[in-house]
Design a protein around this ligand. Structure first.
Ligand code: GDP
Length: 430
């Protein structure tokens, strides 16, 4: 049985916590897209961790952590991450890396930086982890696949060919130091020696595991609105953030994915540039930012302050629909306990008309939020274990949002820890 944990919005919805929690009942956790450009924050018995590449199941002894073919694999980052958790007494996790995954090369990171510099004020707000140059190369068919590390003849020929191409751009567009093919080959040899013990035919491994009745968790990065096709193009990421892509990025049949848990945060936050209709500013935003998440809404990879906003029903309804949601995990609800009233964005006004359907980017940029204000509950809800024990206004907030988005909220997260979760039977459950 395969379950996916994915995001409905711009990322940072709390997927790491939900994956870590669901991983307790899973055998295998697979990262299927993205790279080290975003982070998941996890709080558990070992402490607080920010993971960028490793799946959020690495903290359990019984799980296998898999880096699927769809991931942008940064080998040095992976190794640093393994070191950073084992140094803090987490037992060495069982890790498998797809032989079909491609690798982020040092020049991808440089190109990412150089391009942001070149664009100046018009930049995309990239985390400069090399993700866009990596995926560009993958689809231009000039990327390096893990399997190629073990074909020396191919490597020697390919480094020369790639350097010729990259060096034209480095010299004439960016005016930066050139890449030396010999050094690049040495780097690839280092990568080969580092990764060799973990390399595996992941799709075959998963096929066997599923036949044996194992539970597989697919862990998404970012959220629907950052999907290159269905998100706020071009302010998106470079690999699909949708559960459907989990089948491709892990190498399994699409019909194996039986449960899609879409994580929605009880308010909005976003990083990077792009339209953000329910955005708030000034003191109102700063208060929510500082109280938000677990220790404030600041990027797990970059430390950047996140942009803040009220819950957006239009974006979240769309976000859940594109994921194929079976369950919504509604997170970080505890943070809203300080507010007297809580505005919620229930529609977008575009050219004088109100819509509840999420539009394409040029219309999104014109959208103004239509807000409905709900009463707050003015107390701390952490520690509550039963849905009925939540304050009435808090339940009303959950139920109002559930009705607006049209997908069943079956989990409510009221704290960062593994056990801070309230399961709920939703009237929308089939
Ligand atoms: P991800 O990328 O989707 O995994 O999200 P992040 O890890 O970037 O952001 C989620 C933040 O919220 C992390 O700091 C989590 O520890 C924290 N978090 C997750 N669920 C809850 C919750 O229910 N309440 C609170 N207060 N914090 C939460």
């Amino acid at each position: 049985m395969v379950k996916a944990v994915v995001g409905a919005n711009w990322g940072d919805e709390g997927k790491g916590k939900i994956t870590d929690m669901l991983a307790k009942e899973a055998d295998i956790i697979v990262r299927f897209q993205g790279g080290a450009n975003a982070g998941h924050t996890i709080v558990n018995d070992y402490g607080k961790f920010a993971l960028h590449t490793l799946p959020s199941g690495v903290f359990y002894g019984h799980t296998t952590s898999v880096i699927g073919n769809g991931v942008a694999l940064n080998i040095p980052v992976l190794f640093n991450e393994i070191k950073s958790i084992t140094e803090r007494n987490v037992p060495m996790p069982r890790i498998l890396v797809s032989d079909r995954a491609q690798m982020v090369m040092p020049y991808h990171i440089l190109f990412d930086q150089y391009e942001e510099e070149r664009l100046g004020g018009k930049s995309f707000g990239s985390t400069k982890s090399g993700i866009a140059p990596f995926y560009s190369d993958k689809y231009a068919k000039i990327g390096f696949q893990v399997s190629e590390l073990f074909d020396e003849e191919l490597l020697q020929e390919k480094v020369v060919r790639i350097c010729e191409m990259k060096n034209v751009l480095l010299e004439h567009l960016y005016h930066k130091p050139l890449i030396d093919p010999k050094e690049l080959l040495e780097t690839l040899h280092e990568y080969r020696d580092m990764i060799a013990p973990y390399v595996c035919d992941v799709s075959l491994f998963l096929d066997k595991a599923l036949k044996e009745g194992k539970t597989v968790l697919l862990e998404g990065q970012l959220g629907t609105l950052k999907d290159p096709d269905h998100g706020i193009y071009p302010m998106v990421t470079s690999s699909s953030t949708l559960a459907a892509y989990g089948a491709i990025g892990a190498g399994i049949a699409p019909y194996e994915i039986k449960q899609i848990v879409t994580v929605c945060k009880a308010y909005s936050s976003a990083v990077g540039a792009g339209a953000f209709v329910s955005e708030i500013f000034g003191d109102e935003a700063q208060e929510l930012r500082v109280r938000g998440g677990d220790g404030g809404e600041f990027g797990a990879t970059t430390g950047r302050p996140r942009r803040m906003g009220w819950f957006d029903c239009v974006a979240s309804k769309y976000g859940c629909r594109m994921q194929g949601t079976t369950d919504v995990a509604f997170t970080v609800l505890d943070v809203l306990g300080y507010l007297d009233e809580i505005p919620v964005c229930t529609g977008y006004e575009i050219d004088g008309e109100v819509t509840t359907e999420f539009p394409v980017t040029h219309l999104l940029e014109k959208a103004k939020p239509v807000l409905t204000t709900l009463p707050g509950w003015k107390c701390d809800i952490r520690g509550i274990k039963k849905y009925e024990d939540l304050p009435e206004n808090c339940r009303k907030y959950v139920e109002f949002i559930e009705e607006q988005i049209g997908y069943p909220i079956t989990m409510v997260s009221n704290g960062p820890g593994r056990d801070d979760i309230i399961y709920r039977k939703s009237p929308l459950q089939k």
